[in-house]
Write a protein that binds this ligand. Structure first.
Ligand code: HPA
Length: 235
């Protein structure tokens, strides 16, 4: 047991899919995993371990923001010896070149967050995905004939802000979309020599205010979940 996850040793798989929302983790387990068990529900951050096409996988919740995913991913990597974490989440597009439902495989995450510097002495505002999961996701998408965009994204600490302009760290690093977690996940993986990727579905296009509607949400994320699972079994 770690501080924030109450699974017993051996109950977390080597490959973990992390969604922000615990109910999304539950949905994935119920829809896709065979013989799954709830292995942690501390703070209602559910973790389920089960089999996808015969391979044992854990799916759980990261919460929102760098501090939260920083805690969960660190404990998964160090206390439970997870090797690979694939974050699956949503993002806001900074450009109307992207459309709602588009899938993004994150090349590098840029942030004004101090997480990497103060946690691990990692300087700079840009951290790449770590290890081979990113390539495996690209190859899997190609094999499934799924459209997948590779680009840098902004991991923001802020959801609501006064200034409507795209933040400087995002323009300076050519970030096409914004989410709130990849930077800390990549920082932990870099420090620990582990593997981490972030797969995102565009849920809103900021300049046009286009959004996935409430009734589209149920199905909008299915291609991303399926791609993450198919990539996970190849890692
Ligand atoms: N900002 C941050 N994270 C997000 C957004 C956003 O606009 N949309 C989806 N995740």
């Amino acid at each position: 047991m770690s501080i924030h996850i109450s699974a017993r040793p051996g109950e977390i798989a080597k490959t973990v899919l992390l969604a922000g929302d615990p109910l999304r983790a539950k949905y994935i387990a119920e829809k896709y995993l065979q013989d799954f068990t709830l292995v942690s529900s501390t703070r209602n951050a559910f973790y389920f371990t089960g089999a996808y096409k015969g391979k044992v996988i854990t799916v759980g919740a990261s919460g929102m923001g760098c501090p939260s995913i920083g805690i969960y991913s660190y404990e998964l990597f160090t206390e439970y010896e997870a090797d690979t974490i694939i974050r699956i989440g949503t993002c806001g597009a900074y450009t109307s070149e992207l459309k709602v439902f588009d899938l993004i495989n994150t090349d590098m995450a840029a942030s004004e967050s101090t997480f990497a510097k103060y946690a691990w002495g990692i300087e700079g505002d840009l951290i790449p995905h770590q290890g081979k999961a990113y390539e495996m996701i690209n190859e899997t998408a190609a094999g499934l004939s799924m459209q997948l965009r590779q680009c840098n994204i902004h991991s923001s600490d802020i959801f609501y802000r006064k200034d409507p302009n795209i933040p400087a760290v995002a323009t300076a690093n050519n970030c096409l979309a914004v989410e709130m977690e990849a930077f800390a996940l990549f920082a932990n993986a870099k420090h620990l020599g582990k593997t981490a990727a972030t797969l995102l579905t565009v849920s809103d296009v900021i300049p046009t205010h286009e959004k996935i509607s409430a009734d589209q949400r149920e199905t909008a994320l299915l291609p991303m979940m399926e791609l993450a699972l198919e990539a996970a079994i190849r890692i």
